[in-house]
Design a protein around this ligand. Structure first.
Ligand code: ADP
Ligand code: MG
Length: 482
């Protein structure tokens, strides 16, 4: 019996970072807590008002399109998508239908259908007892919608796609794309089929507000559809929601199709010939290094562990700190790997950022960021590399200086953490220990390795942990075993 093949296509919305809204001068401020303060006659749909295109939003769209290798439309226009709901005061949403700004392109090898520009709707809050509250601060905020081809094959691949899109948007400064805040919203279309050449009926799942939920909802939906078919029930094309409490999708409504919206070009807005607009011509040159380029470069240049690369690619400030630290030491493999390990394990643990995929905005990370400078941190790495401090002391120094800064060398000197590497000095200590522990020493001579551990422990105690354990061991062995 052939297995079922799942097919997934994503539709992802992201609020663009601009000073003002898509078609008026009201502020675009996703952090505004007071309802209905960033509104004006245009976004409140007063009669007689006219929309004006926000060029900054179009600019973001073109840069996103260029970054993902899509085709930027020469001609583009805005359409009215008509529907009645209180979250859309005009009775229609300005969107793009026939001529999206971007077509094609790929992210993570997943083919994109299109990326178009539209306006966000108001935020509605449905209370108990039939009351609904509406906040129009979000109405008219520039929103991009990205649609993928139905080529995604698993929940994990869908989650990874969304994560990568979030990264690109952040790298481009196009959106904070924080899912918990609703700045990025994922809808997943899911179908299953036994026949490789024919898709099954698709179901759309809405309101997926974290990467984990995206993956769990898709997984659940694949299983549900297979069960239905196996039980002889036809999958209905519908929109389903995700119930986080029950960890299930549930039916919301039978999906409307595009002709229900009566799309038509908005007569109030000019059509755009993008290739002729001067300020959009050189945008390719403004693209930063993109996540996949950075990943490649870190791999090639430093040969880091994959998890470390991922941390530096996802977490911009931490990635920058790593690169600043290793500046000038690029060819020193040991230095680079020590620095990478200390940052990705000890430093992250100290920063309570054990989960590198945590969906935290950059500012927030920066706030929690360390005070220790990359130069001082590099000094610590050099000391570790040269055995001037033990790895235990290294962690202590890092812990002490992380939030206050300062020279690791001075700190180590002040707190007598410098490792004793001087063989002459250590030899005297060892002689003392051997003469006060003659019985144990003879056991070592008789081949009892546990006894050697005891002597080493004594030496560490006497030196308050500051002796270089490798040197100690070899000195003991020289004295007792040769
Ligand atoms: P609609 O007209 O219902 O909006 P579209 O053709 O515009 O459908 O596709 C919407 C999304 O659904 C796209 O992301 C697309 O990749 C995805 N999709 C289309 N058909 C399927 C299918 N059979 N299974 C899974 N996803 C699909
Ligand atoms: Mg569609």
């Amino acid at each position: 019996m052939p297995e079922y093949t799942p097919t997934i296509g994503l539709e992802i919305h992201a609020e663009l970072k601009t000073l003002t809204k898509m078609f008026c001068n009201s502020k675009n401020d996703p952090d505004e807590k007071r309802p209905n303060v960033n509104i004006c006659p245009v976004c409140m749909a007063h009669p007689g008002t006219l929309p004006v295109i926000n060029k900054a939003a179009v600019r973001h769209m073109i840069r996103i399109g260029l970054a993902v290798g899509g085709t930027i439309a020469d001609f583009t226009e805005f359409d009215r998508k008509n529907y009645f709901y209180p979250d859309i005061p005009k009775g229609y949403q300005i969107s793009q239908y026939k001529y999206p700004i971007v077509t094609g392109g790929t992210i993570n090898g997943v083919a994109l259908t299109r990326i178009h520009l539209e306006e966000d709707t108001a935020r509605s809050q449905h209370g108990t007892g039939g009351t609904s509250l509406i906040d129009y601060n979000r109405a008219g905020v520039p929103l991009m919608e990205l649609v993928t081809e139905p080529v995604i094959k698993s929940a994990k691949q869908a989650g990874d796609f969304a994560r990568e899109l979030q990264l690109v948007l952040r790298y481009l400064g196009a959106s904070e794309a924080n899912m918990e805040k609703g700045e990025m919203r994922v809808e997943a279309n899911v179908s299953v089929s036994k026949d490789q050449d024919k898709f099954g009926t698709k179901v759309e799942i809405k309101n997926l507000n974290s990467f984990n939920v995206v993956e769990r909802a898709i997984k659940y939906e694949i299983e549900r559809q297979i069960d239905e078919i196996e039980n002889g029930v036809k999958v209905v094309q519908e929109t389903r929601g995700w119930d986080d409490g029950k960890q299930k999708t549930y039916s919301q409504r039978v999906k409307e199709s595009s002709h229900d919206y009566r799309y038509f070009p908005d007569p109030d807005l000019p059509k755009l010939k993008l290739s002729e607009i001067e300020e959009f011509k050189q945008l390719k040159e403004t693209l930063p290094e993109l996540p996949w380029q950075k990943r490649d470069r870190l791999n090639k240049e430093f040969g880091l562990r994959e998890e470390a690369v991922e941390i530096f690619v996802t977490d911009h400030p931490i990635g920058k700190f790593f690169e600043d630290t290793v500046k000038g030491h690029e060819s020193d493999k040991e230095f680079v790997s020590l620095a990478s390990n200390y940052i990705t394990s000890d430093m992250l643990a100290l920063l309570k950022l054990e989960d590198p995929t945590a969906d935290i905005g950059e500012d927030e990370v920066a706030l929690r960021m360390f005070k220790i400078s990359a130069t001082d941190f590099a000094e610590l790495i050099t000391m570790l590399k040269e055995g001037k401090v033990s790895s235990r002391a290294g962690k202590d120094i890092l812990g002490a200086l992380l939030r206050v800064g300062g020279s690791p060398k001075e700190y180590a000197e002040k707190h007598t953490l410098l490792q004793k590497n001087d063989e002459g000095e250590l030899e005297k200590i060892i002689d003392d220990i051997i003469s006060t522990n003659e019985k144990v020493a003879s056991e070592v001579k008789a081949g009892k390795t546990a006894a050697l551990q005891f002597l080493l422990g004594q030496a560490m105690k006497v030196t308050k942990g500051s002796a270089n354990p490798a040197i100690l061991k070899s000195l003991f062995e020289k004295k007792l075993l040769s």
